[in-house]
Design a protein around this ligand. Structure first.
Ligand code: SF4
Length: 411
């Protein structure tokens, strides 16, 4: 029998029941933390909202340091929720003006400060670039990226020629990306008007480590160019290079710079340093594989809607490492035997790899429509089973929402 006495003016039984009700959530938290540890209690989908807040280094570090099994699970959750989980975007990167760059990027074989195998070549004519773009399209690329080894774009005949080329590539039905160095606001607008969809400008590394790699322009110069790109209405492609001697913290800070942009970059290339003879970094060993995979997974979790691109250094990776990177959330690669000046796998090898892994090419337009549809599709299409699932043909659950009556296979 409950005593009839009162506590704070309430019946004792009512008081204790109410107290228990209030304490239940805290007891659950306490129990789960004790039972499973912090890492299993971490809920990225809840902790990492789509409208990004300013992520902190300790948040990024907590993700990066998760047991690798949990890290991959969390990255996969983000990947399945926001991306076509089997889709890989294929781009081709072409150097349209090679070498003789006045910048002193320590990793780059195209810098005049570095004595490397690269021989300077003038800006290519529009017609020959268009011929390469056609070949890239036939090979299966849906995006054509053009790189010029310039410190910055200069107005005049050469820029006009690039604008004409951009226009021509766009007319081939390819998405156009350029990487031409620093851009002013007006130049960014002209590129956009010519048909350029995306502009690549990598942050490379953290603000702190940056001066050990480049001294001829500042970190803020890079951020200003990204701002100009965004204001002109182009998508941002920006990422970094791992293995230059930076710490894990530097890598995470670089990801944070990108993840804390509003909106976040649409593409995030993650490169492994290729130590080119004649550069100050020529003696650096290849980045640790597991650290590389952890950064890919962290990027996927922090920027769930970005295309995370395996870029330079992929030719040096085993099939197993690339597979692990895809499992960690990478969903874009460059096709073609050359990445600007360094080697890459052949398109045939890469297409065979995708086939072996059961992955398929996805165009940027498909990826975009997927990004805008997935949040709704995920919320609406999974009501029945509460799990992500594929249709029998392997396509994503969007098909269910569109009314095809295919039975879904839970995964
Ligand atoms: S700006 Fe680009 S091309 Fe020039 S040295 Fe740096 S990375 Fe190389």
């Amino acid at each position: 029998m409950w005593p009839k006495t009162t506590v704070f003016g309430q019946n004792t039984r009512t008081f204790f029941l109410t107290l228990l009700l209030y304490l239940t959530p805290f007891l659950v938290v306490y129990y789960r933390k004790r039972s499973f540890g912090e890492h299993l209690f971490f809920e990225p989908s809840a902790a990492i909202p789509l409208t990004p807040e300013m992520y902190t280094l300790s948040q990024a570090r907590a993700i990066y340091d998760l047991p690798v099994t949990t890290l991959l699970l969390r990255a996969q959750e983000a990947h399945h929720r926001h991306q076509d989980p089997a889709g890989i975007q294929l781009g081709t990167l072409k150097s349209i003006k090679t070498g003789a760059c006045p910048e002193d990027c320590a990793y780059c074989p195209q810098s005049t400060h570095n004595k490397t195998f690269v021989e300077a070549e003038a800006l290519m004519e529009t017609d020959s670039i268009l011929a390469d773009a056609r070949k890239a399209r036939e090979t299966g690329a849906s995006r054509f990226c053009m790189g010029a080894a310039w410190r910055c774009v200069r107005d005049g005949r050469q820029f006009d020629s690039v604008l004409a080329t951009v226009h021509g590539v766009k007319a081939l039905g390819l998405e156009v990306c350029c990487t031409l160095g620093m851009l002013t606001d007006t130049q960014a607008r002209r590129l956009k008007e010519a048909g350029c969809d995306i502009y690549n400008h990598n942050l490379d590394t953290s603000r702190e480590f940056y001066s050990k790699i480049i001294t001829t322009r500042t970190y803020d110069d890079r951020l200003t160019t990204l701002q100009n790109v965004r204001s002109a209405g182009m998508e941002i492609c920006s990422g970094g290079i791992l293995g230059m001697g930076e710490s894990v913290e530097d890598r995470l800070k670089m990801l944070l710079e990108l993840a804390n942009l509003t909106p976040q970059p649409e593409s995030v290339p993650i490169n492994a340093l290729i130590a080119v003879k004649g550069t100050p970094l020529e003696d650096r060993g290849f980045v640790d594989s597991i650290e590389f995979v952890r950064i890919i997974a962290t990027a996927r979790i922090l920027m769930p809607r970005a295309m995370v691109r395996l870029s330079a250094g992929r030719a040096q990776m085993s099939l197993e490492l690339q597979t692990l990177c895809f499992a960690a959330g990478a969903n874009s690669i460059f096709l073609g035997e050359k990445l600007l000046t360094t080697g890459n796998n052949s398109a045939e090898q890469d297409l065979a790899m995708l086939g072996e892994l059961g992955l398929h090419p996805v165009s940027p337009a498909e990826a975009r429509s997927f990004h805008s549809a997935t949040a709704i599709a995920h919320d609406n299409a999974h009501d029945d089973c509460g799990m992500p699932y594929f249709t029998e043909s392997g396509t994503w659950a969007r098909a269910c929402k569109e009314g095809t009556e295919k039975e879904c296979l839970a995964v």
